[in-house]
Design a protein around this ligand. Structure first.
Ligand code: EPZ
Length: 417
């Protein structure tokens, strides 16, 4: 188990380029299966979840290689139509391969991706949508046995929840299905737009991505394309939290400010000065943050659930009380008990967490239990007096590229052992 050792209390300074988006890379890697030939993806972050996706691509017969931040996928030798459990279980979002697999094969077998640290991760919306598109899906003993008797065809699909993954699976399956597919109450995340941009670059005909209704006109075949992955807005929010809690002045490049519209007001309300220019933004934090009062996580463009944990570390040391309402996942407060070990004053009641800001956190030994919770512990340790040790850094490496190097480059005293 990897451990971070952080000697807190150091101010940060300098400039950092934000990595490419994990949640954009994963569906686009799956979408490359629709294109026979070699697709090139720039700005791909080096993450364990991305490696897990590349291993799935290799297992089913594709060639996938990385040259620094560029990933090249050649699907010309795609051959296997089943993905075994050991590959499906390495990453919760491996379900994102389902739409692409049923678009290429008449018979597909995949194991359920299973739950994760955030609680149950149902896929009923994915399955009901694909069934409407002509996929016969038998769910038994944790295995999805999919077959298409006639053909994959368009459908009018209305999502009861604007599910990101379900929207992505439908877009991918519909891109080469017969006829037109309409998705109502679609997810509106920037990662949905990035996926649509990639698919359209491959010759798909997708319109409305980023809005609540997405229309996909099926086309017979798609060709490979080159595409640059959008910056990771959650990593940006996390690094901004690190600058905020350490009273720092840091410049972030490679961000898309419009992707952070629901997050920037929280930093400003906390007393941070944000200056936006071109593809970057500068954050300069006050000596003591003001509590942001109320944070409700919502589907995009609302406040992102993935930023709840790192922002809670900010609230933990702010002046005043912050109420968090986590509306997206049942158990996304695993970082709370660990933040309390660092001296935070937080009470949880169901989906509500009440944070009473304290002046200083105190170093401690803490353990991460999920990806964004791990990020929250790193942010908190940066402003805790003394040396903290954070276990479970494997969770962090699912979504944050070289976090200790990034923070060290800004002046943090952080080591991985
Ligand atoms: C995506 O997960 C992200 N993952 C998550 O980021 C993110 O937290 C989430 O969207 C919400 O923004 C990737 O993009 C790889 P959903 P996803 O389907 O697609 C329920 C991170 O930290 N639901 O939008 O799985 C579900 O239980 C990860 O990077 C169903 O009920 O999320 C949840 O309550 C964590 N049935 C809500 O919808 C379904 O079939 C939103 O989930 C699907 C989802």
């Amino acid at each position: 188990m990897s451990v971070f050792v952080v000697d807190g209390g150091k101010r940060l300074s300098g400039e950092v380029k934000v990595q490419g988006s994990k949640n954009s890379t994963l569906p686009i890697l799956a979408a490359t299966l629709l294109c026979g030939g070699e697709s090139v993806l720039f700005n791909c972050p080096r993450l364990s979840d991305v490696e897990a996706s590349l291993d799935i691509l290799r297992y089913i017969g594709c060639k996938a290689k990385r040259e620094d931040g560029t990933v090249i996928v050649d699907t010309g030798s795609l051959s296997r139509s089943e993905i075994p459990s050991q590959l499906m279980h390495r990453m919760r979002s491996s379900i994102i391969f389902l739409g692409a697999m049923v678009a290429r094969f008449d018979r597909v077998r995949m194991t359920f991706p299973g739950g994760c640290e955030l609680g149950p991760r149902p896929i009923d919306l994915h399955l009901s949508a694909l069934r409407q598109m002509g996929v016969d899906i038998n769910e038994e003993h944790g295995v999805l046995d999919c077959s298409i008797d006639d053909c994959l065809h368009g459908a009018d699909i209305s999502l009861p929840i604007p599910s990101v993954g379900a929207t992505e699976n439908i877009m991918i399956a519909a891109a080469t299905a017969r006829g037109t597919t309409t998705v109502s109450n679609a997810a509106r995340e920037p990662e949905i737009v990035d996926l649509a941009d990639f698919l359209n670059a491959c010759g798909a005909r997708i319109s409305g991505a980023g809005g609540s209704t997405v229309v996909i006109e099926g086309t017979s075949d798609l060709h490979p394309a080159s595409h640059s992955i959008i910056p990771d807005r959650i990593v940006a929010a996390t690094l901004m939290s690190a600058a905020a809690v350490t009273g720092s002045d840091v410049r972030f490049t490679g961000v898309v400010p419009s992707h952070l519209e629901s997050v920037l007001p929280v930093f400003r309300d906390s007393g941070c000065y944000i200056d936006i220019s071109g593809d970057g933004l500068r954050l300069s934090a006050p000596y003591r943050l003001t509590a942001p009062k109320l944070i409700r996580t919502m589907p995009y463009p609302g406040f992102p659930t993935d930023a709840q944990a790192p922002i809670m570390s900010m609230a933990a040391v702010a002046d005043g009380m912050t109420v968090f309402v986590e509306n997206m996942f049942l158990s996304r407060y695993s970082h709370v008990s660990e933040l309390c070990r660092l001296g935070a004053n937080i009470r949880v009641e169901g989906k509500v967490a009440v944070v009473d800001g304290v002046r200083r956190l105190l170093s401690a030994e803490v353990t991460a239990h999920d990806l964004r919770g791990a990020a929250a512990l790193v942010v908190a340790a940066l402003c805790a007096d003394g040396e903290s040790r954070i276990r479970g850094i494997e969770y962090l490496e699912r979504g944050y590229e070289d976090m200790e190097l990034v923070l060290s480059s800004l002046g943090a005293d952080i080591k991985k052992i």
